[in-house]
Design a protein around this ligand. Structure first.
Ligand code: UD1
Ligand code: CA
Length: 479
């Protein structure tokens, strides 16, 4: 075989490896402006705690490591981060002495790391991973020690302002509380998102003092310090200012929550889900919805809920941590929690399905029906005014209006079993533990305390007594 001379193409040389990415999330602040007992970062927006959005964006970016700075007492923030991903870890800022101080508290944990460090304020729940990617790319293209993400706001309010020099390079950041009236006019703000080469960070940041209106060590002073030390600082101006809005008070919390719900609605609409009014429909971050499903206004889909294709939901219905099969109809004003619904199930209006409810294909649950720890077999119906608790209902069963499983004796819960094909007449009570065997009938108004054998009729009610003419005599006596 002739040997071929192989030419080494330049592209087959390994590219110089870009530095890895470590993310530092600042989450040790007090969040005074929230007036809350809980940490600001643990507050929930559209299904996830605030800090979790930031940590998830960092993980989606492919960071090697995500280090979250938390206060010494903030168990709630650790819980809010809530991920078991081994890339995520914590370090402690003993006292909330400012964002610069928070970064300095991570020095030990980051010793020896030479990565690009992405520093993120923990109160930026709307931040998207695509934005972080663009920032990193910009940072790499500019090969500077520090790149800031900035945005232009109509009302820059309490944000740090970007001060640029005569040739429009970033010169420093001035916090709103330290700004002169002229500086306050500047609309370009610091978003609290920074890309910094670790080898330049700590030695420079250590030079920051606390000589400012808030008496804190500001991370933002790093800009001026680097400039003083003849280093370059770049700014990546992000066009979507809403996305980088920090959440500092309840108004901003509501605004960011609304935006996140709407973002989720847009994602689902793009995947084929119909919203009659996306502004008034609240689908949380982790929920999944199949295509051609219609969501009516004031529907809340909460937690890890999964809806199949072709369902109709609402209006005014809340479904939490529930799996709903294809083609289900869940009508107005239902509350459904931790349940599983098979295909083609119809529920409501006004039904309450409580935890551990399992409805097989074709089940029908009507108005004012409550279920709890109850499995109902295929095509069975409980159409009106019923409570089914701790029960097992077979296939093709009809539960009449006003049927109650009396599952609680004041101390313990007991089980009711209604086998396939049973007909329970209206206004019956099934006193648990009790079993109604297959194919039998329970006469309306019965109080069933003993097992009903298969294919029989059980009637357990007072016999009707008729006293002819009684009413006429009774009336006369009264006059
Ligand atoms: C900060 C910036 C400001 C910027 C704004 C963007 C500073 C000094 N200012 O102001 O320029 O426009 O964000 O939203 O950085 N934190 C700690 N430890 C502390 C203090 C804060 O971990 O001691 C954390 C907070 O939990 C929060 C983040 O740092 O997640 C930002 O703190 P915050 O008080 O919200 O800063 P701002 O006043 O909004
Ligand atoms: Ca803030």
């Amino acid at each position: 075989m002739a040997t071929r001379k192989t030419s080494i193409k330049p592209s087959s040389f390994p590219e110089p490896k870009p530095p890895g990415i470590t993310v530092l999330v600042l989450a040790a602040g007090v969040g005074k402006r929230m007036h809350s007992r809980a940490s600001k970062l643990a507050h929930n927006l559209a299904g996830k705690p605030m800090v979790r959005y930031v940590v998830d964006a960092a993980l989606a970016l492919g960071a090697q490591r995500v280090l979250v700075v938390v206060g010494s007492q903030s168990e709630d923030v650790r819980q809010a981060v809530g991920t078991k991903d081994p890339k995520v870890s914590f370090c402690i800022q003993e006292q909330p002495l400012g964002t610069g101080h928070a970064v300095l508290s991570a020095e030990k944990a980051l010793k020896g790391v030479e990565d690009t460090l992405l520093i993120l304020n923990g109160d930026l729940p709307s931040l998207r991973v695509e934005t972080l990617r663009s920032l990193l790319e910009f940072h790499r293209q500019h090969s500077v020690p520090l790149t800031l993400l900035t945005a232009v706001l109509e009302d820059p309010a309490a944000y740090g302002r970007i001060i640029r020099n005569y040739n429009s390079d970033v010169a420093r950041i001035v916090e709103a509380s330290d700004a002169t009236p002229e500086e306050k006019q500047i609309q370009e703000i610091n978003a609290g998102i920074y890309c910094v080469e670790l080898k330049h960070l700590f030695k420079n940041l250590l030079q920051a003092g606390a000589n400012n209106a808030q008496g804190e060590v500001y991370l933002t002073d790093l800009v001026e310090i680097l400039k003083r030390n003849h280093q370059k600082v770049a700014a990546y101006r992000h066009p979507d200012s809403e996305e980088v809005m920090g959440v500092n008070n309840r108004r901003e919390l509501a605004r960011a929550g609304k935006r996140l719900y709407l973002r989720k609605a847009h994602e689902l609409m793009d995947a084929g889900v119909t919203f009659l009014d996306p502004e008034c429909t609240y689908v949380e971050a982790n929920v999944r919805v199949g295509r051609d499903t219609v969501l009516c206004p004031m529907t809340f889909l909460v937690g890890d809920t999964v809806l199949g294709e072709n369902c109709w939901i609402g209006p005014g219905t809340r479904i939490s941590n529930t799996v709903v099969g294809e083609g289900c109809e869940i009508l107005d004003h239902c509350v459904i929690t931790q349940a599983r619904l098979g295909r083609g199930v119809k529920v409501g209006p006004f039904a309450h399905l409580r935890p551990d409810t399992e409805l097989a294909e074709g089940v029908r649950i009507g108005n004012f029906v409550e279920t709890k720890k109850t499995a109902i077999g295929r095509n069975s119906k409980a159409n009106h005014l019923t409570y089914l608790g701790d029960s097992e209902i077979g296939e093709g069963v009809n539960i009449g209006a006003g049927t109650i499983t009396c599952n609680y004796d004041g101390a313990k819960k007991h089980k009711t079993v209604v086998e396939d094909g049973v007909f329970v007449g209206s206004d019956s009570q099934l006193i648990a533990p009790v079993r109604v065997r297959k194919g039998s009938y329970v006469g309306a108004g019965s109080t069933i305390t003993k097992e009903v054998p298969p294919y029989s009729l059980a009637i357990a009610r007072g016999r009707q007594v008729v006293v002819k003419g009684w009413a006429r005599k009774h009336k006369k006596k009264q006059h």
